[in-house]
Design a protein around this ligand. Sequence first.
Ligand SMILES: *Cc1c(COP(=O)(O)O)cnc(C)c1O
Length: 394
Amino acid sequence: MTVRAGREFLAIPGPTTMPDQVLQAMHRPALDIYSNEMVELTDSLLRDLSRLFATQGKSYIYISNGHGAWEATLSNVLSRGDKVLVLESGRFAIGWGQAAAAMGAEVEVLKGDWRRAIRPAEVEERLRRDKEHTIKAILVVQVDTASGAYNDIEAIGKAIKAAGHPALYMVDTVASLGCMPFEMDKWYVDVAMSGSQKGLMTPPGLGFVAANDRAWDAHKKADLRTPYWDWTEREGSEHYRKYAGTAPVHLLFALREAINMLHAEGLENAFERHRLLGEAVRRAVAVWGEGQVLGFNIAEPAERSNTVTTVTVKGADPAAIQRYAKEKCGVVLGTGIGDLQGQAFRIAHMGHVNAPMILGTLAVVEVALTALNIPHGKAGADAAIQWLGENVKA
Ligand SMILES: *Cc1c(COP(=O)(O)O)cnc(C)c1O
């Protein structure tokens, strides 16, 4: 017996649920890639991406996922043998650093903790010791999608400035752009990157990069540049050069619609929606934790992301919860990855999410816990309902 039918609901951190309008925007013929309509579509998206990153700098669109956008950032500003400092807070900055190492950079990891966000004072201390300025770039994620950590990009930017260090500050916003505030210029970020399939509600397949003047100065000397990723190649006046070839026309239609939806909602309102729904999830997890099996991976409440919550499971099998939720109820939860493999599941709450999606997901987790006899505090979903009822004003 199951209670699933119809649409499966993806509560995984990417690809996320896409709005019907975004899907429908692709249901049309391709454009003549030499037409004015194509040029205007590209120009409008590049302009709006820079607005989303909050930068006066330039944005670039790649036909790639996040891993490709990582490679785009690295190849454009680094040279073989350059030293890169990776700030650890889970899986993803480490992965970015591994790409840098494979490309020929020398990578140092500033050891972090999977249960905590990065501590800016430790970054400042490490940079102050680098008196020769051998570190050329600092890699960090705003939200680590594996651990659920939210890093304070502004505070880390200030720490880099306080140390008087000239390294490029490079930030991954794949799991946060469009969901949580990001201020590239104000926070001293030199290079930012993101992807289409998480907070931006668009099919997988587009990678985004933004770069400021400092990044461009490094770019001019970088020797890891390759033709596809190269910013200079993309500066040519012919439209095809913006994509180093054929434009991903349908993904651009989808992205245009998704950004239109974000503008219609208002970016600030979208951030507030994520805060409210993220807190609703946390209210439920806190109650479940009373059973001593489930808990928050991130110890400090202020360091928990509004886009994904990593729930640790001790003395029970998280895969059994995921299996039940998917096979019996049609909700796909995220799996524990990296150091948390086999020890956690994840609830994504990023992008096209609303109250029924989140409350439904929480209720399904509770159904699973009940069916599997996993000890948990009762009425976690009720706590989420209570929170929304008190905070979403009539
Ligand atoms: C998903 C993710 C990536 C990788 O993106 P892909 O599109 O899967 O290559 C990188 N960084 C973060 C923070 C992510 O959440």
